[in-house]
Design a protein around this ligand. Sequence first.
Ligand code: FAD
Length: 419
Amino acid sequence: MARGEHAVRQAADVIVVGGGPAGAMAAMTLATRGVSTLLLDKKRFPRDKPCGGGIRYRVYRRFPELADYLRTTVAIHEIRKVRMEGPSGASVLAESDEPFYLTLRRTEFDAALLARARAVGAEVLEAVRVSDLAFSRDGVTVRSVDGRAFTASIAIAADGVNSVVARQAGLGDGFPEGALAIDTMEETDLAELAPADPETMYVAYGYRGYPGYGYVFPKRHHVDAGVGFLLSFFKAKLGGAPYEHHARFVEDARRRGVVHGRSNPKNFKAYRLPLGGPLARTYADRVLVCGDAAGFVNGYTGEGIYHAMVTGQLAGQTAADALARGQCGAAGLASYEARWRREIGRELADSLRIQRRLFARPALVDTVIRAAAADRRLCRLLARVALGEEDLRTRKLELALRFLLARFRRAPSAVRAAG
Ligand SMILES: Cc1cc2nc3c(=O)[nH]c(=O)nc-3n(C[C@H](O)[C@H](O)[C@H](O)COP(=O)(O)OP(=O)(O)OC[C@H]3O[C@@H](n4cnc5c(N)ncnc54)[C@H](O)[C@@H]3O)c2cc1C
């Protein structure tokens, strides 16, 4: 072997790149079906991922096999109240008997999912940063920056918003600026920064009239707060350091009585979030792309953990089926698109439509919030749309009518939105 060359290892039937929720679910699904699976991640776990850590409660119903495991291994906090506020300060409190969201720490959650993938038989190699792919008639070779090479029949890209694998597979050149947001977060101990009401999530849509949002998510022992703006807006109009805007939001939230205490810059992180919808194509020869790598994020709530888990599982199922049929080329993997479209396609398309309207006219947020505050049924419908449980198109007429009627009603202070 020439100097600098490393042995190519026939690693597994499927290599999953990335061990976040998308990659862990893909590896778990494959290993459960008896497919030999190798997962590579550039980090060592437990590792943190900049995130609000809010995930829709429906995750328990969608993944019943994980519900008890997650409840017992991760410190989960249940959220039954969400206060949504518009730029004018108009607000509505949605309440429900069944929680809307669970909040958790990504360090714990991601480590738990990855441990589960290992426990069902996936091999996991940490501290392996993937740099490129090479394709041959018989397989795909995944190479890492330290010169190692691993071959398999299929590679699954679960390597997040800056996906190397999607690029290497010819599925685009990374997300353009217009399809990205910059999101900030700090996860701070309750002794330093605490929500006024530990049961209530706070979301400020169109915060300061900007195309974006601010949020305060109470967790079991922490609070997670941050702001998100379209990256193009941030660069062209806002400028400055992301922490300035983050700290201003936390200070605004403190003045409004939403939180007590102060921001701790040591816990601050800013990261990119794909907010422009899924890639035009999410599969190629021997490659499937899931989670943030493919842009599976709700366009106006910024929620992506659930979508990463769903698409990770669907990618795992598609890869296992393709292997069983011996068809690992693009044609053999094409059913992946139909699978994810059937489950989350409508929600993602609706979320983009809503995002474009609200981000173009933040004052519209106030109109929507006032109407929701005046009409309990409308508030429930909007909450269900945000949670992907209701389809905007089939409810279009009812929503339009209720908006009109709500303008003539007086708003109660709190609305029970579901359940
Ligand atoms: C500030 C912020 C707040 C957010 N808040 C929420 C929220 O409250 N709720 C919600 O649902 N979503 C939220 N999101 C979005 C959510 O974090 C993502 O949608 C989710 O993490 C996507 O999961 P994933 O598995 O696709 O990718 P990731 O979680 O990003 O995992 C990708 C993995 O790939 C690894 N990796 C990357 N490159 C390589 C490489 N070259 N080689 C090997 N490994 C690699 C990384 O180390 C990482 O472990 C937020 C995002 C941001 C930025």
